[in-house]
Design a protein around this ligand. Sequence first.
Ligand SMILES: [Zn+2]
Length: 316
Amino acid sequence: MNWITNYVRPRINSLFSRREVPENLWTKCPECGTMLFHRELADNLNVCNNCDHHLAITPRARFAALFDGGVFNEVKVPEPVADPLQFRDQKKYPERMKAAQKSTGEKEAMLVAEGEMGRTPVVMAAQDFSFMGGSMGMYVGNAIIAAAERAVKLKRPLVLFSAAGGARMQEGILSLMQMPRTTVAVEMLKEAGLPYIVVLTHPTTGGVTASYAMLGDIQIAEPNALICFAGPRVIEQTIREKLPEGFQRAEYLRDHGMLDRVTHRKQLRDELISILRMVGGLPAPVAGDLPAPGNIPAGKPDAADKPEPAPAKVGA
Ligand SMILES: [Zn+2]
């Protein structure tokens, strides 16, 4: 028995390993360079508190912030065939998938959930840019179809958050086939008379922009999100001209009629509730913890609005 290896070395090792500070406690804002503490950043929905830059947010964190009390049920998505083309670039496709699953803790690039938002029942789907660039493969196609089918079954609106670098090249033509598939899924909602609302987040590009991300009844985007089919660099190189300032950004697209709204992430929940209730023919949302207006008959003007009747003159 050697007490140096059994006792002293572990103690020394533990002393050194304790000093290691996790690297991800601070995030540098890519826009203004401010160092943001992870807890404050999460409380602020991953929006920089200095310059309002919207950093990426995971579907799970987004759902936790949107659904009432952060409570939601995941909708099951049918598994597609894994690696149908036996694709390999520098790495095998299944290896890339495993690495993405490990780094994100998610199964694939889209999360579907149902729940209530401001007491308004809704189905939501959100794409995860941190999972292989949010690329649209067969699973994402299946997820959108599952979300649409669930919305039709429950007669609920569908809200979709898009974020993608485009189609997943590792699935070749099969990923491109998700464009017509998801378009048919959106058509199912329209036939059922259900609203489909899209929130475009940074960045939404390629085949995703060319299919389900642009088919919403109402198109909302987060501030300064890049939304395009081909990126500005590719266009500039092709046409050899300088593009206008803010080209293909959310505000530019809203000003030129491609989008309905550009909404700050912190106002998004209230805005979605208002829109969903408006298009669903429901009464306006109640802000704050007011008691239910049980005894006030609907449609009657408030008594305080009427002028007081003149008191009857006595003895005149
Ligand atoms: Zn910033």
